[in-house]
Design a protein around this ligand. Structure first.
Ligand SMILES: NC(=O)c1ccc[n+]([C@@H]2O[C@H](COP(=O)([O-])OP(=O)(O)OC[C@H]3O[C@@H](n4cnc5c(N)ncnc54)[C@H](OP(=O)(O)O)[C@@H]3O)[C@@H](O)[C@H]2O)c1
Length: 248
């Protein structure tokens, strides 16, 4: 992939991996538009990085997804890359009653939103130079952590969908990439923690983004970064080991 000269829409650019992609693509000479629900965060990022374009948008709201696609067509018609990055990670305990609204919003954010946005953007991206869709999945797509059952299932679904999308779009010129992060030290899961300063661990974002950008540059269409490498073929071996670390 050519890292420069693109116009890139990144969903969920207010922190973590999305923000790191934004900063790297700007450094490489691409124009970047980020979205998120937190307007104050977007404003703070804009004052630090004046060249970034920001848009308050909730991917879990279908009407806002339609509005975002229309806004891009009107204001940034040169957009040639969509990065489906926004995501949330919740705990699901099947021994307690399930809150369908909560599960619904996790599935809407992690799965329905990227599917819908992809369908909205394919007509826009078709025929654009260096057009691409980049889906951010997870190593947990291949080996689930039981306590994050729905999260892992959405990521497994996104992996499967990415394979289908790549086949479907083969003739359109839109390249389809999957970035498969390992555990990365971001704000993921903060909403389920009482102490928001508590980290969920993982490698530093800077280390992750270096690997992810190198993979995109080298046209690795399915890029498992760091510890995610090999998980696709090692599920049974890793399942017990990983879950014993998260027991309780
Ligand atoms: N960190 C890891 O260990 C890890 C590992 C594998 C995969 N991933 C994946 O990487 C992606 C980015 O996560 P991260 O680790 O960078 O976590 P993060 O720091 O919590 O960032 C998540 C981003 O998603 C946005 N977001 C969440 N819900 C949204 C909504 N309804 N509408 C719009 N934006 C929304 C957040 O923005 P607002 O809150 O401002 O809306 C934020 O910018 C996710 O898809 C995640 O599943 C992360």
């Amino acid at each position: 992939m050519n890292l420069s000269g693109n116009t890139i829409l990144i969903t969920g650019g207010t922190s973590g991996i999305g923000l790191a992609f934004a900063e790297e693509f700007i450094k490489e000479g691409s124009k970047v538009i980020i979205t998120g629900r937190r307007a104050d965060r977007l404003e703070a990022i804009k004052s630090r990085l004046p060249e970034i374009i920001t848009k308050v948008s909730d991917v879990a709201d279908a009407a806002q997804r339609v509005e975002l696609a229309a806004w891009i067509s009107e204001n940034h018609p040169d957009t040639n890359i969509l990065i489906n990055n926004a995501g949330v990670q919740l705990i699901t305990d099947f021994k307690k009653s399930i809150d369908l609204n909560r599960i619904g919003s996790e599935i809407e954010t992690n799965l329905t939103a990227p599917v819908h946005l992809t369908s909205l953007f394919v007509p826009h991206l078709s025929g654009k130079k260096d057009a691409a869709i980049i889906n951010v999945t997870s190593g947990l797509a291949f080996v689930p952590i039981a306590m994050m059952a729905i999260y892992c299932a959405t990521k497994a679904a996104m992996h499967s969908l990415t394979l289908s999308l790549r086949y479907q779009l083969a003739e359109t010129g839109i390249k389809v990439y999957e970035i498969i992060p390992p555990s990365v030290d971001t704000e993921l899961g903060h909403d389920r923690r009482e102490d928001k300063s508590q980290s969920h661990g993982g490698i530093p974002v800077a280390e992750f983004i270096e690997g992810a950008m190198a993979a995109l540059k080298n046209d690795e269409y399915e890029a498992a970064v760091g510890m995610s490498a090999g998980l696709r073929t090692r599920r049974e071996e890793v399942l017990e080991q990983l879950n014993s670390m998260f027991a309780g």
